[in-house]
Design a protein around this ligand. Structure first.
Ligand SMILES: [Zn+2]
Length: 261
């Protein structure tokens, strides 16, 4: 199964009714241990009007899986918010003060998509780093996905080095390696190139950092290529279109400028 983007995009965690992600090991529900969540949200402001550090609360908690008993530690920031809920007794929408919880640390982090068992160890390691860094450092997470591309190309026997005319050994840039890979797999190569651009953008200190939605783009590209190479199930769907957008912009899909401008 590829990356379920929609499930992650709508995921907002509220203090009054925290719904976490499914357990990575068995997909069962994660719940608060002893129903306890520690937070100082009383000091937090509404995120819309008070973006300053002083108006963020902090929270920490321990979760356990109802199925396999796995423990997960979570810590992060909280924001005051107004939550709209439906009252089934009166049939009306009601607005309540609440706290929105944004995790910055999750251990072990959820797997955003399943990785086939025959995927190379180094690729699994780098994708796992991206899953962990997603919560606290989006730029570093984009970089981990880019590194995973290097290891994927190793596994497809694309060389990392070449010999120059003078007999010296030089390292090939990722762009050169991707060009070689594209000779055999043009469409998958385009999708991998998108991961290179997201990683590059994350590394070059841009004014607007890589965002979580950009990592979702990266997860879509990564899971599509991994599924196709290691489960032999074509799963490209609209991902090629997304990759083209990223490749044209040489960075996140929301960038305004295009190649050659
Ligand atoms: Zn479990």
């Amino acid at each position: 199964m590829a990356f379920d983007r929609k499930a992650w995009e709508v995921r907002v965690i509220y203090k009054s009714d925290p719904r976490w992600w499914p357990c990575s090991k068995c997909r069962e529900e994660l719940v608060l241990v002893d129903g306890t969540l520690h937070e100082d949200g009383a000091k937090a402001g509404y995120n819309l009007y008070y973006p300053a550090e002083d108006f963020q609360g902090r929270f920490a908690c321990l979760l356990s899986c109802k199925g396999c008993g796995l423990f997960v530690s979570v810590a992060g920031r909280s924001w005051r918010t107004v939550r709209e809920t439906y009252d089934s007794q009166t049939g009306e929408d009601v607005f309540r003060d609440d706290l929105e919880l944004t995790p910055h640390h999750v251990d072990p982090p959820p797997a955003f998509f399943p990785i086939p068992f025959n995927c190379p160890t180094e690729v699994v390691r780098e994708v796992g780093r991206a899953f962990a860094l997603f919560w606290c450092d989006t730029q570093a997470a984009a970089n981990a996905l880019r590194t995973a591309v290097e290891f994927l190309l190793d596994d497809r026997d694309v060389p990392r080095e070449r010999e120059t005319a003078e007999g010296r050994t030089t390292y090939l840039r990722l762009a050169e390696r991707l060009a070689q890979f594209k000779q055999a797999e043009p469409e998958l190569g385009e999708i991998l190139e998108a991961l290179k651009w997201l990683g590059n953008y994350g590394s070059h200190g841009s004014k607007v950092p890589i965002q979580k939605r950009d990592l979702f783009d990266g997860f879509e590209c990564t899971s599509t290529v991994i599924d196709e190479l290691y489960t032999h199930r074509p799963a490209r769907g609209s991902v090629s279109k997304l990759a083209k957008k990223i490749n044209d912009r040489r960075g996140p899909a929301w960038l305004q400028w295009k190649k050659g401008t």
